[in-house]
Design a binder for this molecule. Structure first.
Ligand code: NAD
Ligand code: IPM
Ligand code: MN
Length: 364
């Protein structure tokens, strides 16, 4: 029996979470496993109800759970609150920091058969790609202190501190090399070592860790070049090892070249294997409330949860197959269709229903 804390959050979060819960129920039925889900308020929704983006009851529910399935938080309504009270900083970074979820994995794949979904030119997308972004998630300029604003008028300054310790770099680098060993034995480490001291340490420590993995090829790329190379030829990459900020930016590129921001799931794990699972995209205020958001990133995040936290690899694979089938059969939300075909778009719940049906058919 597994207990899952469900934190749907804001914007499209609750819409796509409804579909992920449907999928989890279907999986529980078909695989005869017990998955107890319990909903907790988080983000702007929690500010509106309780005056706090990460209420104590939510934190306790997460502490007692076997894993957290997270939607997305934030939106214009809460963007002018003091920074530490905002949904992103207080709730999302709060949870990542509290549980020390330093290892964020964002797998971005494009099957050649689905290359028409990609925003890349067809001769590039036809090659397909399979990139795993491993993003350090609890350090860097996100968490470094001091951070803030001081002074007045034209003398006012805003400042953030970029820090990495040798320990932080080592632990994420080991995980990247270990992941590469199970894949195509290549790690591309991303930094800005031509400018940043944190990146110079990053590069040196990654080199040192690489010695333990002689069968894995290591290359280093500056982040600006890495962004360009992802768009030029993503098929050259296997594992991309990124500091927090660069991994954030590169993962949005990775999402889009697979077809949509709404396709990219992620797993955020700590050293004990405890995990929070969330789409790489956000609350998408521009499409929230319309029933048109793509639920696949949330559904694939639930699959990662089954694989990494509940040890249910077959169930995870079954969801991934059903998602591949939806994409293959053209059961697509509007984000995946060109303008002239948007009238054929399926709704969020139609895509979720198709995936549930396909899971049942696979098991029968
Ligand atoms: P966003 O990822 O929410 O949206 C960027 C674009 O991608 C939008 O056009 C949106 O419609 C589209 N998109 C994203 N997910 C989609 C989906 N599932 N289906 C179809 N289209 C999708 O980024 P943003 O607009 O910069 O941020 C909006 C809010 O979300 C901000 O408050 C931001 O801080 C927050 N955010 C939260 C998380 C999180 O909670 N994990 C992640 C990223 C951004
Ligand atoms: C993500 C998001 C978050 C991040 C924001 C909302 C704090 O963009 O998960 O990619 O930058 O990590
Ligand atoms: Mn992001």
């Amino acid at each position: 029996m597994s207990n899952i804390a469900i934190l749907a959050g804001d914007g499209i979060g609750p819409e796509v979470m409804t579909e992920a819960k449907k999928v989890l129920n279907t999986i529980a039925e078909q695989f005869n496993i017990t998955i107890n889900t319990k909903d907790y308020d988080v983000g702007g929704a929690a500010i509106d109800r309780h005056g706090n983006a990460l209420p104590e009851a939510t934190m306790q529910g997460c502490q007692q759970a076997d894993a957290i399935l997270f939607g997305s938080v934030g939106g214009p309504k809460w963007a002018s609150l003091p920074p530490t009270e905002q949904p992103e900083r207080c709730a999302l970074l709060g949870l990542r920091g509290h549980f020390d979820l330093f290892c964020n994995m964002r797998p971005a794949t494009l099957q050649p058969a689905l290359s028409s979904l990609s925003t890349l030119r067809s001769d590039i997308s036809e090659q397909g790609f399979d990139v795993l972004i491993i993003r350090e998630l609890t350090g860097d300029i996100y968490f470094g202190e001091p951070k803030g604003r001081k002074g007045e008028g034209d003398d006012e300054t805003g400042f953030d501190s970029m820090f990495y310790s040798r320990r932080e770099i080592k632990r994420i680098a080991h995980l990247a090399f270990q992941a590469a060993q199970k894949r195509n034995n290549k790690v591309t480490s991303v930094d800005k070592a031509n400018v940043l001291a944190t990146s110079q340490l990053w590069r040196q420590v990654v080199e040192e860790v690489a010695v333990d993995y002689p069968q894995v090829t290591l290359e280093h790329l500056y982040v600006d070049n890495a962004a360009m190379q992802l768009v030029r030829d993503p098929n050259q990459f296997d594992v991309m090892l990124c500091p927090n900020l660069f991994g954030d930016i590169l993962s949005d590129i990775c999402a889009m070249i697979t077809g949509s921001m709404g396709l990219l799931p992620s797993a955020s794990l700590n050293a004990d294997g405890f995990g929070m699972y969330e789409p790489a995209g956000g609350s998408a205020p521009d499409i929230a409330g319309k029933g048109i958001a793509n639920p696949i990133a949330q559904i694939l995040s639930a699959a990662l949860m089954l694989r990494y936290s509940l040890n249910q690899d077959n169930a995870a694979q079954c969801i991934e197959n059903a998602v591949a089938s939806a994409l293959d059969k053209g059961i697509l939300t509007a984000d995946l269709l060109p303008a002239e075909q948007k009238h054929n778009a399926k709704s969020t719940s139609e895509v979720g229903d198709y995936i549930c049906q396909t899971i049942k058919q696979q098991i029968m």
